[in-house]
Design a protein around this ligand. Structure first.
Ligand SMILES: Cc1cc2nc3c(=O)[nH]c(=O)nc-3n(C[C@H](O)[C@H](O)[C@H](O)COP(=O)(O)OP(=O)(O)OC[C@H]3O[C@@H](n4cnc5c(N)ncnc54)[C@H](O)[C@@H]3O)c2cc1C
Length: 346
């Protein structure tokens, strides 16, 4: 889905920095679009440690990562930002300062400014390390759920023992004819409530097992699993298989974007500006030209807020960088309506 709309700001990444930046863009009255490679918001917090407590976010003596993401999400969606999940930005082209084209697998989008909050990079699901698995991708073997109806009446095998695996197993019970979970350990790395629900469900659980072979003619039809210690094998009749065995991330996608990089990320100045006018970076992906790099949620929040305020002035030169206090929210929308309308028809 391409869009001819010219957004004020495109945010790349819906981790904590991107979500807070999105909220802030809403506060400044900016038309905002957010791209996220994964199917859900939260970045590392949801992908790597949803069940861990975080102790160093201001205002929360202790908060579960997933709960913090929920709060950030609520805050980010208060305004009318457009969210595009499972749409990694693969290319950024600056036609001229104030006119950028972002390309995703779904199409092209235009934005006057860009906030890159892509953290460690685009997360990609780890592929099943079984010979021939790639041949069955989207022919019975999936790494994401696109449509629950695809599983209606099917014999479903889910591989993995984390939150994603359990959440989907529980969710798809109403759709699938049968569900088996295969997990290599004898414990699950998921929310206690989900593990309890799994125990009470009719889902067939095979712990300490891993997949060793996949068979099928055109489409996947059989999966062989083996006990990790004894090696005892079972072959299961399977219609659909979902694999959730973690993610890997890389920054290779930034090549060719024309950004000045350091070994540890995109170089930014004190205004969070990159070397390209109107393009900013915040959070783990940003490398300040001076001072320490700190991969902390709190740091990403501050950088995102600065970046969005500076971007607001870039788009609407009569706006102030300093937004005032949010407790005086009414006065936050600096861009005069006439100026915004003009800008949207440029
Ligand atoms: C195990 C662990 C524990 C941690 N504990 C703490 C803690 O207690 N306190 C603390 O402050 N910090 C902690 N951190 C660090 C913290 O998680 C990071 O600093 C924070 O997640 C950075 O947020 P971010 O939004 O900059 O990046 P991320 O959280 O990495 O989010 C970036 C998002 O951008 C998306 N993305 C990337 N490339 C693209 C693209 N091309 N197109 C679209 N989307 C893209 C990614 O999919 C991801 O969702 C911890 C980290 C780990 C791994």
């Amino acid at each position: 889905m391409s869009s001819n709309e010219v957004y004020d700001i495109a945010v790349i990444g819906a981790g904590p920095s991107g979500l807070f930046g999105t909220f802030y863009a809403g506060m400044r009255g900016l038309r905002t679009i957010v791209f996220e490679a994964l199917p859900r918001p939260g970045g590392q917090l949801m992908a790597l440690y949803p069940e861990k407590f975080i102790y160093d976010v201001a205002g929360y003596p202790a908060i579960l990562a997933r709960d913090l993401v929920q709060q950030l999400w609520k805050q980010a969606v208060q305004f009318d930002a457009t969210f595009r999940f499972e749409e990694p930005v693969v290319r950024l082209q600056q036609l001229q300062p104030g006119h950028n084209i972002l390309t995703t697998p779904a199409g092209e989008y235009h934005a006057k400014t860009v906030l890159i909050a892509a953290g460690l990079g685009a997360f990609e699901p780890n592929r099943l390390p079984v010979p021939g698995a790639a041949e069955f991708e989207n022919k019975g073997l999936h790494y994401t759920v696109r449509n629950k109806e695809d599983f209606l009446g099917k014999r479903l095998l889910i591989v993995g023992g984390g939150d994603t695996a359990l959440d989907w197993a529980l969710e798809l019970q109403q759709w699938a004819r049968s569900i088996t979970i295969v997990h290599r350990f004898d414990y699950f790395e998921a929310h206690e409530r989900s593990v309890e629900a799994l125990q009470k469900s009719k889902i067939h659980v095979l712990t300490e097992h891993h997949v060793i072979a996949i068979e099928g003619n055109e489409r996947l039809s059989e999966v062989t699993v083996a006990h990790v210690r004894t090696g005892t094998e079972h072959t299961l009749r399977v219609d659909e298989m979902l694999v959730f065995i973690g993610y890997k991330a890389n920054l290779n996608f930034l090549e060719g974007w024309g950004l000045e990089m350091s070994q540890r990320g995109i170089r930014i100045n004190a205004e969070m500006a990159t070397n390209l006018p109107g393009i900013y970076a915040a959070g783990d992906i940003a490398q300040p030209a001076e001072g320490p790099k700190m991969n902390l949620i709190a740091n990403g929040f501050a950088q995102a807020a600065i970046a969005v305020n500076v971007a607001t002035k870039f788009i609407y030169p009569s706006a102030r960088v300093y937004p005032g206090h949010s407790s005086h929210k009414k006065g936050m929308r600096y861009a005069p309506t006439s100026e915004k309308q003009e800008a949207s028809h440029e």
